[in-house]
Write a new protein. Structure first.
Length: 483
């Protein structure tokens, strides 16, 4: 699984006969089975179910220009509903194991950059506009052309960077590492545990989960990741019932008092398409939309390439199958997020957990999407998985994605340096977009100084220029007088 395989290199499917569903999703053709797809769908859901808690916390903690806040219960419903619908659409329309939900980082932009300048409906209207513009880029072929213009080995680097990034997310989410408070007056950004050493039962659950996961993966046990998540959740529930634990983080492993909770659809359709232009300057609105587009565009691009590579779905030219349709659905997810007041939705890197369980087709999305649908009514049950039980999956998948680093030619600096910057910047900046930007800019610069500027696709020149603006957005805003 650690080797990058193209569609042409994968072994033919074992089952001699295939049903309608099998043929539609090409399950046997891609060397998968219904069992693997189902396990993968569950694994993906449980590694990203935190968004049902985290997205309402981020959006619900902010106030708009008029001091209004969003209702937490309505945000949970909106988050689950959009994730359910768009994940299923991606599975049926794109046939890739790519789950979709509210994008982290993007929701922070909406909450803390857009909302303070306008009303919540105005902010969600800008998210809709962002999604529409991304869809336009897809329909014109520009988004696909940009993806195809990226050198294959740089795509490998994107996948490796994502692997390190999601492993880092796993360590942070579980509390294995934490940010050192500024009051410590140290230049060291993170530390072991919360106080420089590991403390508490929750971290122990994570450590045991990592050991169990890697042991099962090493022995190639079917359902390794899902077994680990379920086992550690049960252990966490037992520990929580007998030990005095202050906090597990976002989700506490307690048997819920009630199983069913009624959804509240009050935020669905609560947006204003052009209201933002009446609340702040047009230049500010344009820059905000630009920031959303650039972040969403390349976050999704990196995720789609990285997950497809790990699943062995890239063709002989290193391209993602049905990429135009996949990119359009991802853009439509941003529109849906705005329409539902759930913030911009996008493809999730946690889909790698499902791939680690064997997912190779969009059928697994039906499982993941179905669980998000159940979450509309069964949130108390489906949110008992603590991050400490789910995070080990991200560590294991990070390792698997890291193995692709061997496919990069480290003797050629013109590709090795951009690849290194791409890989390093993602976890260090906690952003896929920033890592891709660092890689693109350095690739163009090094090619130029080596006298090979003509080898760089003109689209990469244009995108690199946009990234320069993106990284220098603060001085640009000052020059334009919007601050």
């Amino acid at each position: 699984m650690s080797d990058t395989k193209t569609a042409a290199e994968r072994p033919s499917a074992v089952p001699p006969a295939a049903g309608t569903v099998d043929r539609f999703f090409r399950i046997s053709e891609r060397g998968s089975t219904f069992g693997r797809e189902i396990r993968g769908g569950f694994a993906t859901f449980f590694t990203m179910a935190y968004i049902l808690v985290l997205n309402p916390i981020i959006l619900g903690s902010a106030k708009d220009k008029f001091g209004h806040t969003l209702d937490t219960g309505q945000l949970v419903t909106a988050t689950a509903l959009v994730a359910c619908v768009m994940t299923v659409i991606m599975g049926v329309g794109g046939n890739l194991p790519l789950a979709i939900a509210a994008g982290l980082g993007l929701n922070a932009v909406v909450a803390f950059q857009l909302a303070p300048l306008m009303s919540w409906p105005d902010a969600m209207g800008l998210v809709v506009i962002e999604g529409v513009l991304i869809c336009v880029l897809v329909l014109t072929g520009l988004r696909e052309a940009i993806m195809n213009a990226i050198p294959h080995q740089l795509k490998q680097a994107i996948g490796v960077g994502i692997g390190l990034f999601i492993a880092f997310i796993g360590f942070v989410d579980a509390g294995f590492v934490s940010r050192i408070p500024d009051a410590a007056e140290t230049t060291v950004p993170v530390q072991l545990g919360a106080v420089g050493r590991l403390t508490g039962w929750p971290v122990l659950v994570f450590c045991l989960g990592v050991l169990l996961t890697i042991a099962l993966v090493a022995r190639k046990v079917k359902g390794a990741i899902l077994i680990s998540i379920v086992s550690m959740t049960v252990l966490a529930i037992v520990i929580d019932s007998v030990a005095d634990i202050k906090s597990w983080g976002l989700m506490t492993p307690k048997v819920p008092d009630e199983v069913v909770a009624a959804p509240d659809f009050g935020l669905i359709g609560h947006f204003s398409l052009f209201g933002a232009f009446g609340q702040t300057s047009a230049i500010t609105v344009i820059l905000l939309i630009f920031t959303l587009i650039l972040s969403d565009f390349f976050d999704a691009m990196g995720t789609i390439v990285g997950i497809s590579a790990e699943a062995g779905l890239l063709d002989e030219n290193g391209q993602v199958p049905r990429i135009g349709r996949v990119l359009f659905i991802d853009g439509a997810a941003a529109v849906a997020g705005g329409l539902g007041s759930a913030s911009s939705n996008t493809a999730y890197i946690e889909s790698a957990a499902g791939v680690g369980e064997g997912s190779r087709t969009g059928f697994s999305n039906l499982v993941t999407g179905g669980l998000f649908g159940l979450a509309l009514f069964l949130t108390p049950v489906l949110t008992i998985v603590p991050l400490q039980a789910a995070a080990p999956a991200l560590i294991a998948v990070g390792f698997l994605m890291m193995t692709h680093v061997k496919h990069i030619d480290w003797d050629r600096y013109e590709i090795a340096v951009p690849a290194f910057l791409t890989i390093a910047a993602m976890p260090f900046t906690y952003s896929i977009t920033d890592g891709i930007g660092a890689g693109f800019i350095s690739y163009v610069v090094i090619k130029s100084v080596l006298g090979k500027a003509k080898e760089v696709n003109w689209l990469l020149w244009g995108v690199s220029a946009l990234f320069l603006v993106y990284f220098a957005i603060d001085p640009v805003e000052q020059l334009l007088g919007v601050r």
